[in-house]
Every structure is written in structure tokens, then in C-alpha cells.
Ligand binder design. Structure first.
Ligand code: ADP
Ligand code: MG
Length: 257
């Protein structure tokens, strides 16, 4: 059996006095596509931020391993470098593109793992890298927009560019935090289909927080649900019965269902 992609053990996080993650534990195997669900404020984004290394766990707050490498332990956050080596890519609700740069450049930046300063750096990309970026854009159906400025795109197109950027990173683990929350239904469906195709064709591990349970059901076999920072459910998504969902979103607005 392969090494699990993601292992979370007894992960806890407190902001001030508020416990936001309480003793969370699970394993995700390479090539799984998992929906992370739960009401607003249940800790989904905080959990993903711990996985990608944007947030540090409590001192006795457990640990996180990606592809067998410890990235969080005993309140220590292992360097961003290690996250790079683990090849983990992050997709944001708000896309995080640089609007004044071209679509192709936004994808190429995935290669660097951070924003370069000035145009000189951009000139350093090789022809091979440019070709790879164009292939990534073709996979998300945007080859024809490579030279357009990013800020001229629709939200759905911007999110597809963000997916091309994690392909350029060659991320084996893709973490997406509400990637379709600001999209219209049609663009949302396109983005989900692209993520699913990447997951199926390349065997990449995808963990995606979703607001809509029906979307999770359509695209993911497994769900992990948080409630008040605790693991409420982890299993085949079919196990999320109506009764369990009602209890999960208990006290939450109906619009969350
Ligand atoms: P979700 O993504 O499920 O909506 P979050 O992980 O964003 O939930 O937030 C969980 C809880 O943690 C919320 O109560 C939120 O206010 C709190 N929280 C998140 N980030 C911080 C922070 N940096 N400082 C203080 N509280 C935070
Ligand atoms: Mg969130």
C-alpha cells in the first residue's frame, strides 16, 4: 500500500481562547477526491490552511504529514520549502491571480511558488516552461486566452487559470477552499468537472471544501464533515443521510443546505 497522501493526527488549534479545531484525525490516500463540508465557522478553511502550512497548530496540537513528510508537529511549522517538495497546490475562492499580468504569466508563476518581482524574472522562463504552461491552459480549456490580461476574464475562467497554475506546480495534492463559491452555477460545474478530470486522469489527490452538499455528492466519493471544529463524519458520502445532514447544519441557516 502506498504512503497516505495526507495524515492528520490529533490536530488542534485555538485562536485566543476559542478552540477552532479539536483533535482532528484522518488519513487521505493518494488519488482520493474528498469533500470537506460543514457549516460556516466549523473550521474547514482553518484545517486546509494547516495542511498547506499557512497556519501553525497549537504547541500540543498534533501533527500533519504530507506524503510521509512531517509538515506540522509540536506547534512547529516545517518550512515552506518542505511544502514545496511535497508538491501541494492551493486554490482560493478568490482565485488570487495578478490581474495586470497575462494569463500565461499567471500560470508560469506556479513554477516559482511565489510572485516574482519585476518583468526581468519573467523573462527567465524557458521555452519548455512556456510550453508546459500552454499545455496546462489547454487542459482547462483556455489555450486561446493565454496572452490576454487576467483581469479581463470571467470568474469561472479565472478559477480555471488558478487550476492551470497548480498543474504548472505539478502539485500531487490539490487543496481547494470553496473554489466554486463565487461562481455562477454553470461555471461552478465546469470548474468541478475540470478538477474531477485532473483527479481521474493524473491520480492527483484533491481535497475541496464545498458549501453545497449536492455538488459534493455528485463529484466526491468520500466526505469529511466538521462541526464546531470537531470531526463529525468521515466516510463514503452516501453515509451522509438526511438525518445526519440536518444535525450537521443544525442551528445554521437553511441556505447552507
Ligand atoms: P469555515 O471555513 O468552516 O467557515 P473557518 O476555518 O474560516 O471556518 O473559521 C473557523 C472559526 O475560526 C471561526 O469562528 C473563525 O471566526 C475563527 N478564525 C479563523 N481564522 C481566525 C484567525 N486568524 N483569528 C481568529 N479567529 C479565527
Ligand atoms: Mg471557509
Amino acid at each position: 500500500m502506498s504512503i497516505p497522501s495526507i495524515i492528520v493526527e490529533r490536530l488542534s488549534k485555538t485562536f485566543g481562547r476559542s478552540p477552532v479545531l479539536r483533535d482532528i484525525g484522518f488519513e487521505i490516500h493518494a488519488g482520493e477526491m474528498v469533500a470537506l463540508i460543514g457549516p460556516s465557522g466549523s473550521g474547514k478553511s482553518t484545517l486546509l490552511r494547516h495542511l498547506v502550512g499557512l497556519t501553525r497548530a497549537d504547541r500540543h496540537g498534533g501533527r500533519v504529514r504530507l506524503q510521509g513528510r512531517e509538515v506540522q508537529a509540536a506547534g512547529r511549522l516545517v518550512s515552506a520549502r518542505r511544502h514545496e517538495r511535497c508538491r501541494v497546490g492551493y486554490i482560493f475562492q478568490q482565485f488570487n491571480l495578478v490581474g495586470r499580468l497575462s494569463v500565461l504569466t499567471n500560470v508560469l508563476v506556479g513554477r516559482l511558488g511565489r510572485m516574482p518581482r519585476g518583468r526581468a524574472l519573467l523573462a527567465r522562463f524557458t521555452e519548455a516552461e512556456r510550453a508546459m504552461a500552454r499545455r496546462a491552459l489547454a487542459r482547462v480549456g483556455l489555450a486561446q486566452l493565454a496572452d490576454q490580461r487576467a483581469n479581463t476574464l470571467s470568474g469561472g475562467q479565472m478559477q480555471r487559470v488558478a487550476i492551470a497554475r497548480v498543474l504548472m506546480q505539478d502539485a500531487e495534492i490539490i487543496l481547494a477552499d470553496e473554489p466554486i463559491a463565487s461562481l455562477d452555477p454553470r461555471s461552478a460545474q465546469e470548474v468541478m468537472q475540470i478538477l474531477q478530470r485532473i483527479h481521474e486522469e493524473d491520480g492527483r489527490t484533491v481535497v475541496i471544501t464545498l458549501h453545497q452538499v449536492d455538488v459534493a455528492r455528485r463529484f466526491c466519493k468520500r466526505a469529511i464533515a466538521l462541526k464546531d471544529g470537531r470531526l463529525y463524519f468521515d466516510g463514503p458520502i452516501g453515509g451522509l443521510t438526511d438525518a445526519r445532514l440536518t444535525a450537521l447544519y443544525d442551528n445554521a441557516g437553511l441556505d447552507e443546505l
